[in-house]
Design a protein around this ligand. Structure first.
Ligand code: CLR
Length: 264
């Protein structure tokens, strides 16, 4: 057996055995995270690519643009909340996540679920014409005009465009979103050390995977992305506050409860 050969090869064994445990456990974690991503990514990437020809017509774009600001915010909030629920499921399937305290699970999801959705967006984005899959077809920034936050929408689309330029594989998206989610720097964590340990395991798994596919250069580019994600999410919160301040009575009826809980 291969095990027997390993043991019988003196000299090699010692060096191999010293690196073997870390390689094996990180491969296991990679497999777990890739599987969790595959099971919770909402749409398969081949499926999305095959749908790229379905683009909103001029009339459909005009129909979106003539919707009220409230209706458009509500629609977007529902779509976002829907995809956040898949991210919650993703988190729960990552080895070790459910072993964290309930407080820390919530803190990580509150801080990271929108970031993960925005990373996942690059799978639903067509960089050739700058359109995203929304309510059954592909549309550009113009369909979100009535939200009244063109700066936020433009930044989100630019982010997706730049992430697409990295040509991340599904495996890389899976591992990067896990790294983003398990951020030990989130405020109000009770067991920061425990999260940091989990985070570093995933980080090692990600680095090993990139190294093996000669994609090490992706790493430094992704650390810039982490900063951009943070500013996109705070811009989202700002725009949401502004929207709600102008409509205090509507606030509670308009949005799905989970969206409220996460962002207001
Ligand atoms: C992200 C990847 C998910 C599927 C998905 C669902 C909803 C989409 C989202 C993706 C991308 C961003 C999106 C969102 C609905 C509204 C939002 C298009 C494709 C835009 C950017 C508007 C945000 C408005 C806020 C101000 C509420 O698997």
């Amino acid at each position: 057996s291969p095990d027997q050969q390993l043991v019988n090869a003196p000299g090699l064994t010692c060096r191999l055995v010293s690196v073997l445990p870390s390689l094996l456990s990180s491969d296991c974690l990679t497999a777990n995270i890739v599987k969790s991503h595959r099971e919770t990514c909402q749409y398969r990437v081949e499926e999305l690519q095959a749908l790229r020809w379905k683009v909103f017509s001029r009339e459909e774009v005009l129909a979106y643009q003539s919707k009220s600001v409230e209706e458009m915010w509500q629609r977007c909030a529902y779509r976002l909340t829907d995809s956040i629920q898949y991210v919650v499921e993703f988190a729960k399937r990552i080895d070790g996540f459910l072993e964290l305290s309930q407080n820390d699970q919530i803190v990580l999801l509150k801080g990271g679920s929108l970031e993960v959705v925005l990373v996942r967006m690059c799978r639903s984005f067509n960089p050739d014409n700058g359109t995203v899959f929304f309510e059954g077809k592909f549309g550009g920034t113009e369909i979100f005009k009535s939200l009244g936050c063109n700066d936020l929408i433009a930044s989100i689309f630019e982010f997706s465009q730049s992430l697409c330029a990295l040509h991340l594989s599904e495996q890389e998206v899976a591992l990067f979103t896990a790294v983003v989610l398990l951020n030990p720097e989130r405020a109000c964590l009770q067991e920061k050390e425990k999260v940091a340990r989990l985070h570093s395991h995933v980080d090692v798994a990600f680095k090993n995977t990139l190294q093996r596919s000669h994609r090490d250069t992706v790493l430094s580019k992704l650390s810039q992305k982490t900063l951009q994600l943070k500013s996109l999410c705070s811009l989202h919160i700002d725009r949401l506050r502004l929207f709600l301040e102008l409509r205090p009575l509507l606030a509670h009826s308009l949005f799905p409860p989970l969206y409220h809980e996460l962002f207001t």
